[in-house]
Design a protein around this ligand. Structure first.
Ligand code: ARG
Length: 609
C-alpha cells in the first residue's frame, strides 16, 4: 500500500504548499518530480505558458554546478523570443524558498538549485521511513508483464548467452516489480526437439541411473558429448555399410515423442524434471525464483494449429515439397522466408515460439511481454513478432526483445564453462582464496563461505551489467574480483562499511526519526550525497524505460563514491549526540538505497567482509 507519510505529507509538515500535480508525475514518491511540478507551476505564473509544456522541457543537469535541474529556454520559445533575455527575466521573478534556494540564468539556460532543507528535512525522513520501499511505485491499476529469461537447453551447455539472459532478466523482473508491475518470471526451457531423440539414444547406450540422479546436468552433458562423438565417427564411415544411423534413430525417437508415445515421453520427462531441480538450486544463488518453468515441450498443439490455419487462410503460407513456409520478404526485405513446418509434420523452434506466445496470452493476459535473448537472435525475434502481427493479435504490439552482446573468454580453471554453477563456484573459490590470504580478514568473518559466495556473484553480475547491454565484453577474473575500481567487490565493501557504522552505534539510544535534527547536515559532501539519493526513483524509471541495467550500476558507483567522500568529513563516533545522530541518519539512508539497488541487480549485500 502507498505510504501515508509520503513526500507531500512531509512537505505540509514543513508548512510548504504542495505543488499542483502535472499528469503522469509522481511527487508523493519522487522528489525530483515534486520539483518539476513546482517549477512548472511557478514558471507558468511568470511566463503564462502551460505547466505541461514547462514540465516536459525540464532536464536533469549532468553537473551540479549548473543546477540540479535546468531548462534550455529555446525549448519554450516562440518565434521572435529572445531566449537569453527570457532566462534573465524569468530567473529574476522566480521565488526562492525552502524548495528552491537559488534560480540562475546562464546564457539561454535557466538553472534550479534544490534547497538543502528540502533534502534534509523532507527527503531524508521519507527515505528512512520508507526503507526498501523507497524508489517503489504504487500504481493504482497494476499491469502484468511476462518476462522470459535464461531459457537454457536441457542437455546442452549453458553458455555465456544464457548467463547474460539470466542476469539481465532477473534484474528487469525485480525492477518492474519495484515499479508497481505484476511480474511473471518465466523460464522457457529448450526441452524439445531432435536433440532429445539423440539423448535418448545416448542414454540407451551409456546411461547410468545413479549418475543421472546424483548430478543430472553433468550426466546429461556427458551423454551429449559421447553421442556427438559417435555421430562424428559415423560421418566418416560409408553410409551403405552403416544402415540405420544414430541420426535416424534420434529422429525416429523424437517423432514418437511428438506423437505422444508414453514410453518415449517418460524418459524425457525424467531428464526434464531432474534438470529443473538442479537449475532451481543454482538460480537461488542469484536470488532468482521463477513463477513458471515452461518450455518448448509445453506449447499446446492447439495453439500451433490455430496459428498455422490462420496463416494459411490469410494466404501467408506457401508449400514447398510438403514443407510450409511463410514469406516475410513482402513486408520487409530483410526478414526473408521462414520455414514453419517440416515435411514430416514436426514443428520447429519458431513454430513452437508462435504457439507459446499464444498460450502465454491465454494464460496470463499480459499487458507486456519481454524476451531476454542474445542479439544473435535479433532477426529471429523480428520474424517471430512479424508473424504474430500477421496473425493480427492485438497484443502483438506489446512484445519487446531485450537483446545483449556477447561474452568472450568465459572460462574456469577446469576449462571452458559448461554449467552456470561452475562459474559461480569458480567465483566463490577465487574470493575465498583472496580472503584466506588475508588472515586478519578471515578471523573477523563468521561465515566465510557464504560471504565469498555473495562477493563472487556480485563480481560476475556487476561485470555483466556495467556497460550497455548491447556491448560485447571480455570476461576477466582478475579485474572483476579486484576490491578497487568499479567492481562488485567494491560495492560489497561500501555496503559492509555502512553496515558496520550502523552496528557500532547504539541506534536504540538515538530516538525517533522525528527527534533528529536533520538541519545539521550542511556540509557540501552531505548535500551531494543527499542529492544523489534524491535521484534514485528517477534513475529506476529511466533504467526501466530503456531496459538498461547499466544506468542503475553507474548510479550505484556514483553513490558509493559520494559515501566514501563523506567518511573523511562526517564523523559519527565521538561527536556530540545531535550531530552524530543526524550523520548516522544520512549513512542509514545511503545504506537503504545502496542495499536496495544491489538487491535489484540480484546481489546479496554482505554486512561484513
Ligand atoms: N533455448 C534458446 C537458446 O538457448 C533460447 C530461447 C529464447 N526464447 C525464446 N522464446 N525463443 O538459444
Amino acid at each position: 500500500s502507498p505510504l501515508k507519510r509520503n513526500l507531500t505529507f512531509r512537505l505540509q509538515q514543513e508548512g510548504i504548499e504542495i505543488p499542483k500535480n502535472v499528469d503522469g508525475s509522481r511527487q508523493g514518491e519522487n522528489i525530483i518530480d515534486l520539483l518539476r511540478n513546482y517549477i512548472s507551476q511557478e514558471l507558468s505564473k511568470i511566463s503564462h505558458l502551460h505547466p505541461n509544456n514547462i514540465f516536459s522541457a525540464i532536464e536533469r543537469s549532468k553537473n551540479v554546478k549548473n543546477g540540479d535541474l535546468l531548462i534550455p529556454i529555446p525549448k519554450l520559445c516562440s518565434k521572435g523570443d529572445n531566449a537569453r533575455e527570457l532566462a534573465i527575466q524569468w530567473s529574476k521573478n522566480f521565488p526562492r524558498n525552502q524548495i528552491l534556494h537559488e534560480v540562475k540564468s546562464n546564457g539561454h539556460f535557466l538553472q534550479f538549485f534544490i534547497s538543502p532543507s528540502l533534502l534534509s528535512n523532507v527527503l531524508l525522513p521519507y527515505i528512512l521511513q520508507s526503507r526498501d520501499k523507497y524508489g517503489s511505485q504504487f500504481l493504482e491499476d497494476r499491469k502484468t508483464i511476462l518476462i522470459e529469461f535464461s531459457s537454457p537447453n536441457i542437455a546442452k551447455p549453458f553458455h555465456a548467452g544464457h548467463l547474460r539472459s539470466t542476469i539481465i532478466g532477473g534484474f528487469l523482473s525485480n525492477l518492474y516489480e519495484k515499479r508497481g508491475w505484476n511480474v511473471v518470471r518465466m523460464n522457457y526451457l529448450g526441452d524439445w526437439g531432435i536433440q532429445f531423440g539423440l539423448l535418448a539414444v545416448a542414454y540407451r547406450k551409456y546411461g547410468n541411473e545413479q549418475l543421472l540422479k546424483e548430478n543430472p546436468i553433468n550426466h546429461l552433458f556427458e551423454l551429449y558429448v559421447s553421442i556427438n562423438k559417435d555421430r562424428d565417427n559415423e560421418k566418416m564411415q560409408d553410409k551403405l555399410v552403416l544402415g540405420r544411423t544414430i541420426d535416424d534413430e534420434a529422429r525416429e525417437y523424437f517423432r514418437k515423442m511428438e506423437f505422444g508415445d508414453p514410453e518415449a515421453l517418460s524418459l524425457w520427462e525424467k531428464f526434464r524434471k531432474l534438470s529443473i531441480e538442479s537449475y532451481v538450486n543454482t538460480y537461488r544463488r542469484l536470488n532468482i525464483k521463477y513463477d513458471v518453468y515452461s518450455g518448448e515441450s509445453e506449447v499446446s498443439k492447439n495453439s500451433i494449429e490455430i496459428a498455422l490455419k490462420s496463416l494459411l487462410n490469410k494466404g501467408c503460407i506457401y508449400e514447398n515439397k510438403g514443407a510450409k513456409i511463410v514469406d516475410l520478404s513482402k513486408h520487409n526485405e530483410k526478414m526473408g522466408r521462414v520455414l514453419i513446418q517440416k515435411s514430416d509434420g514436426t514443428t520447429l523452434y519458431l513454430t513452437r515460439d508462435i504457439g507459446a506466445a499464444i498460450d502465454r496470452y491465454t494464460n496470463y493476459k499480459f499487458d507486456r511481454m519481454i524476451y531476454v535473448i542474445a542479439s544473435q537472435q535479433d532477426l529471429y525475434a523480428r520474424q517471430l513478432f512479424e508473424i504474430l502481427k500477421l496473425l493480427q493479435f492485438p497484443w502483438a504490439d506489446n512484445l519487446s526483445h531485450v537483446n545483449f552482446g556477447m561474452v568472450q573468454g568465459m572460462s574456469t580453471r577446469k576449462g571452458n564453462v559448461i554449467f552456470l554453477s561452475d562459474i559461480l563456484e569458480e567465483a566463490k573459490s577465487r574470493v575465498l582464496k583472496i580472503i584466506r590470504n588475508d588472515v586478519n580478514k578471515l578471523s573477523k568473518i563468521e561465515e566465510p563461505e557464504n560471504v565469498a559466495d555473495s562477493i563472487g556473484i556480485s563480481a560476475v553480475i556487476i561485470q555483466d551489467l556495467q556497460s550497455k547491454r548491447i556491448n560485447n565484453y571480455k570476461f576477466q577474473w582478475e579485474r572483476i574480483l579486484s576490491f578497487e575500481g568499479d567492481t562488485g567487490p567494491y560495492l560489497q565493501y561500501a555496503h559492509s562499511r555502512l553496515a558496520s557504522i550502523e552496528k557500532n552505534m547504539d541506534i536504540s539510544s538515538f530516538g525517533k526519526v522525528q527527534e533528529i535534527d536533520f538541519g545539521l547536515l550542511r556540509e557540501p559532501e552531505a548535500l551531494e550525497l543527499m542529492k544523489i539519493l534524491a535521484h534514485y526513483p528517477d534513475i529506476l524509471s529511466k533504467s526501466l524505460k530503456n531496459h538498461e541495467p547499466s544506468i542503475v550500476v553507474t548510479y550505484l558507483f556514483k553513490l558509493a563514491h559520494a559515501i566514501s567522500k563523506c567518511y573523511d568529513v562526517l564523523w559519527v563516533a565521538g561527536q556530540p549526540n545531535d550531530l552524530a545522530r543526524s550523520r548516522l541518519s544520512l549513512y542509514l539512508a545511503a545504506k537503504i538505497v545502496l542495499n536496495d539497488g544491489m538487491k535489484l541487480l540480484g546481489i546479496t549485500p554482505v554486512d561484513r567482509m
